[in-house]
Design a protein around this ligand. Structure first.
Ligand code: NDP
Length: 254
């Protein structure tokens, strides 16, 4: 029996593709036949997950020159980027009065500037293919204020603004631009947040984790594959009319 793989022949770029949500997305795209370039700062992490259809390329999304070089090398090897997943991000909650310029700039540089540069550089090559899907991994914090996380919330709102503007710029073309907005997903970011909430609030790790479970309306953490399946749908046949949307994956927050 021939298994139809809907993304065969397409080149996908997934920033932060070596871990968590990015890795789940990259694997889902690769399973559908896409050649997937996965990036992140830690080469050893990328190499440990690289394999069939998954190609490691270390880069820091905050370094414009490195990002340009890495994407153009990937384009040379695998053709124009047709699927761009702007996923690399950092998530640290910090009260505004403790948010210094260094922390604010680091959050913006990674989450928002990183998405902007990734999408801009991918689009240059996407024009050659005359077909493209751009998806930003924003957050529920892109749709509503997240208590104690002003910088993160602002950066994730900014990603949705970027996507909405681009969907207007490219209206009526074979390119679509969407954001997905997960609630708490079970990844390394959650483990790091558990530790930081635990330290800040002086509560146990179990209680800190329970706070996050409780914030998702269906009272469980989301699996990275749930986000990956939504992204896959946005890249596959049948979702051509979905454009400029910010799709909540959080058990029904609104
Ligand atoms: P991870 O920490 O597993 O993933 C973050 C990824 O981003 C890592 O692979 C990391 O790789 C990469 N990254 C971070 N900084 C940079 C940088 N400067 N340059 C290049 N790559 C970088 O957590 P998640 O999978 O959970 O997070 C992925 C995205 O999903 C983030 O944007 C996050 O905000 C978002 N999100 C997560 C939620 C959750 O509950 N987990 C909820 C909503 C949104 P490396 O360290 O090697 O650079």
């Amino acid at each position: 029996m021939t298994v139809s793989r809907t993304l065969t022949g397409k080149h996908a770029l997934v920033t932060g593709g070596g871990t968590g949500i990015g890795l789940a997305v990259a694997r889902a795209l690769a399973a559908q036949g896409a050649q997937v370039t996965i990036t992140g700062r830690r080469a050893e992490v990328l190499e440990s997950v690289a394999g069939e259809n998954l190609h490691a390329a270390a880069m820091d999304v905050t370094d414009e020159a490195q990002l340009k070089d890495t994407i153009s090398a990937a384009v040379e090897q695998r053709g124009p980027v047709q699927i761009c997943i702007a996923n690399a991000g950092i998530a640290e909650g910090r009260a505004l009065h403790k948010t210094d310029m260094e922390f604010w700039r680091r959050t913006m540089a990674t989450n928002l500037d990183g998405a902007f540069l990734t999408i801009r550089e991918s689009l240059t090559s996407m024009h050659q293919a005359d077909w493209g899907r751009v998806i930003a991994i924003s957050s529920i914090a892109g749709l509503k204020g997240l208590k104690g996380a002003a910088a993160y919330t602002a950066s994730k709102h900014g990603m949705i603004g970027l996507i909405r503007a681009l969907s207007e710029d490219y209206l009526g073309t074979p390119f679509t631009f969407n954001a997905v907005c997960p609630g708490y997903v079970d990844t390394e970011i959650i483990s790091r947040n558990v530790t930081s909430i635990q330290e800040r609030a002086g509560i146990s790790a179990d209680d800190a984790r329970a706070l996050m479970v409780d914030a998702n309306k269906h009272k469980r953490l989301i699996h990275p594959n749930e986000v990956a399946q939504t992204v896959l749908w946005l890249c596959g046949p049948g979702s051509e009319s979905i454009n400029g949307q910010a799709i909540e994956i959080a058990g029904g927050q609104f």
